[in-house]
Design a protein around this ligand. Structure first.
Ligand code: ATP
Ligand code: MG
Length: 451
């Protein structure tokens, strides 16, 4: 039985009466347009398809604007990341991106890596300032103000913010930006044991993030820098990745070439788990046990239960939501365009109304399509991208739908209305079928909500 729709929304005004209030996104209002031509320097699939579909616009190499459809994808990824960070006790903050040089001079990173990575310049009052490319130097002195005793530990803090890095080569679209979005989590602990326990929890949370985003990211042993023997990267196999990894037979663990320089494809795995397979991959996340590397630099200590002062143990954990977005495109597209997983798609439903030279029929098609969109949005909170253009052929509309890559396409036309139906097609499948108009809400709701 269809539920009665109790609506909290005001009745829709005539478009002309309120030109800017659009409940659903109509393609006639969407300011971005698709194009057949990809930017000349777009080598990878994500650069090509995201630009062609109007999801992003390149400002300069490695720097992008996110346009309405692309921003919705980025926000969906950030929402998943945020939910999983909250679930492991992360407290969200927003740190500055414009940074004083002082704490960086303290750790030595103002000089090394220095301007090779960090954008550095002179601000007012002749002060050295720079743009944030990571935030250990900011979070450690900040947390020092609040953490005094063992009772204040453990604590985990994260932010989602744009980072800036003076990358030598910014290619591969949004996979490697000079400005890019990052979630960085920092955790503080009274003991190494506690840090290690939390590190494992983050590893699990990261796997949930990537599974929910529809990508296969393999935990990969990598070098731990100067503070720890190893770290873990999360590597998604793709030819457009810059890293080389060796994956175990089960496909659930890997080693970065940098920690196993002598290994070759087909050799036994370092842990004896069968033979390894060599693959190109992109790093979508990275977790580190920093231990006391930064807490010692800032003299961040706490008093333990016996009153003794000890250095705080620290971990840091990064995910790049913008790189994740590009990686999804690399992993999930075909010749026609992108194929978004439901969890991150800009809209769950792409509704296409097809007009003909029968004016009366066009009015009916339009009102049925509008009714479907209203019903889905007001009654189930399912948002719809509605291709309501009347000056575009059916073929062009279908090509745009394939390029944009929304998982479910519903078509209303004279032909489908003859059967009191709409046509249902999932992106990535050639199968189409008719479903009755009156059953649409329930079927779409079931489809959108199923895992
Ligand atoms: P890479 O080895 O690819 O240069 P990194 O090891 O320097 O990355 P981290 O400092 O560990 O990266 O950053 C955490 C996460 O931020 C990475 O796992 C990745 O998802 C993302 N990231 C890092 N650099 C970039 C970049 N230039 N553009 C987009 N995302 C990035
Ligand atoms: Mg890394």
């Amino acid at each position: 039985m269809p539920r009665a729709c109790v609506s909290f929304y005001p009745t829709l005004a005539e478009p002309s009466a309120n030109r800017y209030s659009i409940l659903r996104m109509r393609m006639t209002k969407l300011f971005t347009k698709t194009t057949k031509e990809a930017p000349q320097d777009a080598e990878s699939a994500n650069a090509r398809l995201l630009a062609r579909a109007g999801f992003v616009d390149q400002h300069m190499a490695g720097v992008y604007s996110y346009l309405p459809l692309g921003l919705r994808v980025l926000k969906n990824i950030q929402r998943i990341v945020r939910e999983e960070m909250d679930a492991i006790g992360g407290q969200e903050v927003l740190l500055p991106a414009l940074l004083s040089s002082e704490p960086w001079k303290k750790t030595g990173r103002w000089e090394d890596p220095g301007p090779e990575v960090m954008f550095q310049f002179r601000g007012a009052g002749d002060r050295d300032v720079g743009l944030g490319w990571t935030h250990e130097e900011i979070i450690t002195p900040l947390m020092q103000k609040f953490v005094h005793s063992y009772q204040d530990l453990p604590v985990a803090v994260y932010q989602i913010q744009d980072k800036f890095r003076n990358e030598l080569r910014a290619k591969s679209g949004i996979l490697r930006g000079r400005e890019f979005n990052m979630k960085d989590l920092y955790s503080f602990h009274a003991s190494v044991d506690d840090l290690e326990e939390y590190y494992d929890k983050v590893l699990e949370a990261y796997l949930r993030v990537f599974t929910r985003c529809g990508i296969n990211a393999i935990p990969t042993e990598a070098s731990g820098g100067s503070f720890s023997k190893i770290s873990h990267e999360f590597q998604m196999p793709t030819e457009s990745g810059e890293d080389t990894i060796f994956v175990n037979e089960a496909g659930d663990y890997a080693w970065n070439k940098e920690v196993v320089p002598d290994i070759k494809d087909g050799d036994p795995a370092p842990d004896g788990s069968g033979k390894v397979k060599e693959m190109k991959a992109v790093e979508v996340g990275n977790i580190f046990k920093l231990k006391t590397k930064y807490t010692e630099a800032f003299d961040m200590t706490f008093t333990d239960e016996s009153g003794e002062r000890k250095p705080v143990q620290m971990g840091c954990y990064g995910i790049g939501p913008s790189r994740v977005m590009g990686s999804i495109v690399e992993a999930s597209h075909d010749d026609a365009g992108m194929i978004w997983p439901k969890s991150v798609a800009p809209y769950p439903v792409h509704l296409v109304s097809i007009t003909s030279n029968d004016e009366e029929m066009n009015e009916r098609v339009r009102s049925v399509a509008e009714g479907i969109a209203d019903d889905l949005e007001k009654c189930c909170g399912i948002e719809v991208l509605w291709d309501d253009r009347s000056d575009v052929s059916a073929g062009e509309k279908f090509a745009d739908a394939d390029l944009i890559g929304i998982p479910l396409r519903l078509v209303v036309s004279k032909k489908t209305l003859a059967e009191d139906s709409a046509e249902w097609r999932q992106r990535g499948s050639d199968e189409t079928r008719l479903i009755k108009i009156e059953g649409i809400r329930e079927e779409v709701e079931a489809y959108v909500k199923e895992e």
